[in-house]
Write a protein that binds this ligand. Structure first.
Ligand code: DGL
Length: 262
């Protein structure tokens, strides 16, 4: 692995940019290469076999482009494919999983909510994590059906999002949750709407910062940290780049967005 290679990051689309933002804030001297497989989104409704195939394709693309580490910035991809990826490729992989553990440790009402894709909630890895860290907590699991395609369409103000989120969050409010786990890297972009629906005493948690810290830790311990004062920050998408551009507006001057076929 070359210390000067970029950090590779992939997701089924634009959601993993929420992780990229944490990575860039923590390691501003790293080159990054982000792959948005928006053409194949959503992953969350696909079978584990299909998800693994897509992850192989993304991984090989990032390896061909010299990445020194790969961040699987998608809960659905991590929970279904990270074991396969770690067993079949040599470079280090960092995954993202729903932050059930901190929520279960800190809840006072003993009720926590998790909003994630069907692919994540039905995965073996999620069920192991849940039984390890949250077996004595009441976990209200809700599939955020339809949310990812709406976020990918680039209009975060679509009123349908309010209706869907209200329907998904209501059972959690009825169950008196005090922690809401966002178990999909797309969902942090829904926070402004979520905060209008839930009362302010509910803490919303996601895993973005933890993933960035773990990435830094693994790079450091493998002597792979870079120190580039003028890093290249590339974003590749195989679909319309409108949604990607929208969520990265604040970084427009420093990044490159390219449309590619893969
Ligand atoms: N960002 C992905 C995740 O974290 C979205 C999955 C999807 O494409 O359905 O799960």
């Amino acid at each position: 692995m070359n210390r000067l290679g970029p950090i590779g990051i992939f997701d089924s689309g634009i959601g993993g940019t929420s992780i990229w933002k944490e990575i860039y804030a923590l390691m501003p001297n790293e080159d990054t290469l982000y792959l948005a497989d928006s053409k194949h989104a959503p992953y969350g409704t696909k079978s584990a076999e299909q998800i693994i195939e897509l992850c192989k394709k993304n991984t090989e693309y990032l390896i061909q482009h010299g990445c020194k580490i790969i961040v699987v910035a998608c809960n659905t991809a991590t929970t279904n494919a990270i074991e396969y990826l770690r067993a079949n490729y040599e470079l280090p992989f960092i995954g993202i999983e729903p932050a059930i553990k901190p929520a279960a440790l800190q809840t006072k009402t003993n009720n926590i909510g998790i909003l994630a894709t069907k692919g994540t909630l039905s995965s073996a890895l999620f069920s192991t994590t849940q039984s390890t860290f949250a077996s004595d907590v009441n976990v209200i699991e809700i599939v955020g059906e339809g949310l990812v395609p709406l976020i990918e369409s680039g209009n975060l103000n679509n009123p349908i999002l309010i209706d869907l989120l209200t329907a998904y969050l209501n059972p959690m409010l009825t169950a008196n949750i005090d922690y809401l786990v966002l178990g999909c890297s797309h969902y942090p972009y829904l926070l402004p709407i979520i905060k209008e629906i839930i009362p302010s005493h509910i803490t919303v948690v996601d895993s973005g910062l933890a993933v960035a810290k773990q990435t830094k830790h693994i790079l450091e311990s493998n002597n792979l940290l870079n120190n580039n004062n003028n890093p290249t920050l590339r974003f590749l998408t195989n679909a319309d780049d409108l949604a990607l551009g929208n969520v990265l507006l604040d970084y427009k001057a420093s990044i490159i967005i390219e449309r590619i076929d893969f």
